[in-house]
Design a binder for this molecule. Structure first.
Ligand SMILES: [Zn+2]
Length: 389
């Protein structure tokens, strides 16, 4: 099984190289916009897009053969993602360009990358930290994305693939319920209380609201200052959340490993719609719609894959409303669950987690049930949108 890791490295272009990178990003975006506008919006196949635009991409935008191919692949990928969401692709911004092995190479001896820009190739120095250099050592990565981040600096997101251990198959499945009140609850009763992080998040969100109120009345200078503070706030909030998610997911996978168990989680897709069906106040809505929950799930999948722990995603319908003892629908109120049929009552999230674990175990024991959900959800539409972790 393969697992891809994306390493974000800062580039240190010379004063001459910087405008050339800028021009490359612009040409890539222009090419994408051109292909997107000139090919029937229903087409999501990159080969079809390429057949209709390749010649013009090369002559009009000065793209090399492989750059033109990457443009078509990008448009196709974005169209596919948009289609899943029932949307259409609008415009491409000059903030990222994709690279493959023909137009990109990493050189370890001087920690640099060579990139084909418009019409020529450039060797650009990398600014790598300990983490990145450890992961890049001895590797020959074959794909990358050239990016301009919001800080105005250029980065290269290098994809490194690793062979991962064959996941164990086991009938012992630990179910994890990503709760509303607790961040996560497992079927064996482990809990990660959501209160501390909620406090932090609510504090941030209150400060944000206060600051935004100021903006509407403030002068230009105030607005600029507020924007800066907001940016810093969101960065700190994300860091804290990522650290927390990292720890929770690590503990879950470690537990599974020590018990030779698999892990079952709720299926990601449609989670927003499902939790949103219940009437809730604004604060709660903000919590469950946040990227934080999405990140935690992704971390669990990712770490599971790395450690050879199978992670099954099960359909979450009814997992919170069914009694795990007798399978009848019960009553859930806040943190408590009560079954009118067999009389079981207890922690609602633990009940949910046990149901998830049972569904996972049932799935594994099915013939052909080894077809597990290992796909890591990566947004291939533009890495800038991904949360910084
Ligand atoms: Zn019952």
């Amino acid at each position: 099984m393969k697992q891809t890791l994306t390493l974000v490295c800062k580039l240190k272009p010379t004063p001459e190289q910087a405008p050339q990178i800028e021009a490359m990003l612009q040409a890539f975006a222009d090419g994408c916009n051109f292909a997107n506008e000139s090919v029937n919006p229903k087409v999501t196949n990159k080969v079809t897009i390429q057949a209709q635009t390749y010649g013009q991409l090369r002559s009009r935008f000065g793209l090399s053969a492989n750059q033109a191919v990457r443009v078509c692949a990008r448009v196709a990928a974005n169209r596919k993602t948009a289609k899943l969401k029932g949307k259409s692709v609008k415009t491409f911004k000059p903030t990222s360009a994709d690279y493959d092995a023909r137009i990109f190479a990493f050189r370890e001896k001087d920690w640099s990358v060579s990139l084909t820009l418009l019409g020529h190739r450039e060797q650009i120095e990398l600014d790598v930290g300990k983490y990145q250099s450890g992961k890049l050592k001895g590797r020959k990565p074959t794909s990358a994305t050239l990016c301009k981040h919001r800080d105005g600096q250029f980065y290269i997101h290098i994809q490194v693939s690793d062979e991962t251990p064959q996941p164990i198959k086991s009938n012992h499945v630990i179910g994890v319920d990503f709760g509303r009140r607790d961040i996560a609850v497992t079927s064996d009763g482990k809990k990660w209380d959501g209160k501390p992080i909620e406090k932090v998040r609510d504090k941030f969100s209150k400060t944000r609201a206060l600051l935004l109120a100021k903006v509407s009345k403030g002068t230009r200078t105030t607005r600029r200052r507020v924007r800066k503070i907001l940016k810093r706030l969101s960065g700190r909030e994300r860091c804290y959340q990522a650290w927390l998610n990292h720890n929770i997911s690590k503990r879950i996978i470690e537990t599974a490993k020590s018990q030779s168990a698999m892990v079952a989680i709720e299926n990601l897709t449609g989670i927003r719609d499902r939790t949103n069906q219940q009437p809730r106040n604004k604060t709660e809505r903000r919590r469950s719609n946040s990227w934080a929950f999405y990140q935690l799930r992704t971390f669990v999948e990712y770490k599971g894959l790395k450690e050879g722990i199978g992670v099954v995603a099960v359909n979450p319908a009814y997992t919170s409303r069914t009694c795990h003892v007798c399978n009848h629908l019960g009553l859930r109120s806040e943190k408590r669950f009560k079954c009118g049929n067999c009389g079981w009552h207890g922690d609602a999230d633990v009940n949910g987690a046990i149901n998830i674990s049972k569904l996972g175990a049932a799935f594994v024991s099915l013939p052909g049930g080894s077809n597990l959900s290992f796909s890591l959800n990566r947004d291939d539409s533009g890495l800038l949108k991904a949360p910084p972790f």
